[in-house]
Design a protein around this ligand. Structure first.
Ligand code: M6R
Length: 615
């Protein structure tokens, strides 16, 4: 979490930093700040709350820094210390000459703080980052060289960091380094950039260097000097970014989330293009670097992911087991990494992550890699840290997702799992061909059905208004839509702050049913298929306790539904196997309209960040 940016060059520094931070706002938005070298002084500007507050401040102060060519900026998602002005970055040394912006967590900050305090440092904030500013200052006293000072300081840091550091006495440069946190350097013509992510700089350059752990870069306007972990100067490897300047336009939609929900049919279409030609042909998934012999060696699959990606993984387990007859375990990455997992070269480990930077999933993937497992990564960011760990990489190509609540990336991950499962089944010959042909056909016609549904949102809007005052919400489903219930509940709680929970419908009577009374909405996911009748009878149990009854269904000929439910949300009929893709769309919209009706900040909900780069 947190986003950092650095700029050296002749453009308007404030403009570059603010545009860059806007593009990084998905990483955090509780406070922000900048350090700008001007008149040989390190000048610090900070604001609480949204980035707009810093922009307003810098507009007022523009004259103070108009001669500047060097600046660093930060957008914060608080880990250590509440989001206030003192804890906002940049943090400075006591002499005020050195300024630091940081993404990550310094795990040994308490020990360092104690040590540095004894040495005379006076701490102002509660942050872990301030230790870096003081540490660099002490090293600078020894070396009188910013690069050396940062290099020595970094050796004493434990944890994760991407850092940009400036010093007013070396006011033409930025020193940048990283370990376990993303940092990309942009090479321009007479200008250099450093940022947590590509969108912060793509407007200005397409040439980039991805720093490896422990490398240190010194950026001046006309050159980059790069040093490896032994402090030996090395030749930077410049890559051409396959990016166009990112359009951050809402295209007429009120929020990015709504726009991204509407992009979903095309996300599926794009993903399928080139991979399924006709239903009768085999899936073409060259991204998977496993042949029949290698696959024969694999005796299990483990999938690691967090949040929405974990829900996609749960659907993935269901589909892979159904088609490929391989046991699949799924686990939240944060649990996986702190226990003894039985993982070896016979395990295919799949990491799923929209951002490709989620710290827990990245650690899980690295742990499995160290145990010689084949690593398959499903991500929306083929340029991410996780993608670089992959033996097989499936980019889901959903396009940049701005809203913190994941929608189109989820649909894209689901599509990836269907294709992967079909592909593995075709290699292994583990499934009846008619079933695979039917599934491919269903996938091909799905975008149209979702489009059709998206033209009829009035009922969802009405339902959202009716239930928006609820304090709690329950979603129930069974089988491969149990993850849909979890994802529907996650969407609702993260953007409306309503306490929403997803349950396997059969579990309701084993405890949760105690909560049901006439105030509680219970939304039953009733997609046509083998568990339809079962969910219906579980819904009866809620009705008998006077719950407020909502159904989501693709069945339109069952008279019992109108009798049992107060509200029936219909979607076009789909094959049971692909129903998680269809069923999630109305639930995304339900969450969206409830949050919008309640006046919540839909795209940037409180306390969240899109990319969770701390464990
Ligand atoms: O980038 P990742 O997919 O690894 O992120 C995982 C979760 O942090 C993410 O899905 C989160 O749950 C979203 N806010 C869900 O909308």
């Amino acid at each position: 979490m947190c986003g950092i940016i650095g700029y050296v060059g002749n453009r308007n520094v404030i403009e570059v930093l603010m545009k860059g931070l806007s593009a990084l706002e998905y990483r955090g938005y509780d406070s922000s700040g900048a350090a700008i070298i001007s008149d040989n002084k390190t000048k610090i500007y900070k604001a609480e709350g949204k980035l707009q507050n810093l922009k307003n401040l810098l507009n007022e102060k523009a004259d103070e820094v108009k001669d500047s060519h060097v600046g660093i900026g930060h957008i914060r998602w608080a880990t250590h210390g509440v989001p206030n002005l003192i804890n906002a970055h940049p943090h400075t040394s006591n002499c005020g000459k050195i300024a630091v912006v940081h993404n990550g967590i310094i795990e040994n900050y308490k020990e360092l703080r104690e040590k540095l305090t004894k040495m005379g440092a006076e701490f102002k904030s509660e942050t872990d980052t301030e230790t870096v500013a003081h540490l660099v200052a002490f090293k600078y006293k020894e070396t009188h060289d910013l690069k050396e000072a940062v290099t020595l300081a970094a050796k004493e840091l434990e944890g994760a960091y991407a850092l940009c550091v400036v010093h007013q006495d070396e006011g033409n440069k930025i020193v940048a380094t990283r370990r376990n946190a993303p940092l990309v350097i942009g090479i321009g013509d007479g200008e250099m950039f450093a940022a947590s992510d590509v969108p912060a700089m793509i407007e200005y350059t397409k040439q980039a260097i991805y720093l490896d752990d422990n490398q240190v870069a010194v950026l001046t306007n006309d050159k980059i000097e790069l040093f490896d972990e032994n402090n030996k100067q090395i030749q930077p490897k410049i890559e051409l970014l396959p990016w166009e300047p990112v359009s951050l336009s809402k295209m007429g939609y009120k929020h990015f989330m709504l726009k991204e929900i509407h992009e979903q049919p095309n996300v599926i279409r794009n993903f399928l293009t080139g991979k399924i030609h006709t239903a009768k042909e085999k899936v073409k998934l060259d991204e998977v670097k496993l042949d029949f012999e290698q696959l024969k060696q694999m005796n299990r699959i483990q999938i690691v992911a967090c949040g929405t990606s974990l829900h996609a993984a749960m659907v993935g387990k269901y589909i892979i087991e159904e088609l490929c007859n391989i046991p699949v375990d799924i686990e939240p990455s944060s649990e996986y990494i702190y226990r003894h997992t039985v993982t070896d070269e016979k395990t295919l480990v799949i990491g799923v992550s929209q951002s490709g930077e989620t710290a827990d999933t990245l650690t899980a993937v690295r742990q499995s890699k160290a145990r010689n497992s084949h690593i398959l990564i499903i991500t929306n960011r083929p340029d991410s840290s996780m993608a670089r760990e992959a033996d097989s990489l499936i980019p889901v190509d959903a396009g940049i997702e701005v809203s913190v609540a994941a929608t189109k990336s989820y649909i894209a991950q689901l599509t990836a799992f269907y294709l992967l499962a079909i592909h593995l089944a075709e290699i292994k010959n583990s499934c009846d061909n008619d079933k695979l042909v039917n599934l491919k056909n269903e996938l091909l016609i799905l975008p149209q059905k979702i489009e059709l549904f998206l033209t009829k949102k009035e009922k969802i809007q009405k339902c959202s208004r009716m239930y928006s005052s609820s304090k709690n919400f329950i979603f129930i489903a069974r089988g491969l839509n149990y993850p849909t219930a979890l994802e529907g509940a996650l969407k609702l709680k993260e953007i409306s702050y309503i306490n929403a929970t997803g349950y396997p419908a059969g579990e309701l009577k084993h405890g949760p049913i105690a909560m049901i009374d006439e105030t509680l909405p219970v939304l039953s996911i009733l997609m046509d298929g083998k568990v339809y009748e079962k969910v219906l009878s579980n819904a009866q149990e809620s009705k008998a306790r006077n719950a407020r009854m909502i159904a989501l269904t693709d069945v339109d000929s069952d008279e019992r539904l109108e009798e049992l439910f107060d509200f029936v949300l219909n979607v076009p009929h789909v094959d049971e196997l692909v129903s998680p893709i269809m069923a999630i769309v109305p639930l995304q919209l339900l969450a969206y309209y409830i949050a919008e009706f309640l006046g919540k900040d839909v795209d940037q909900p409180r306390n969240l960040a899109k990319s969770v780069t701390v464990e």
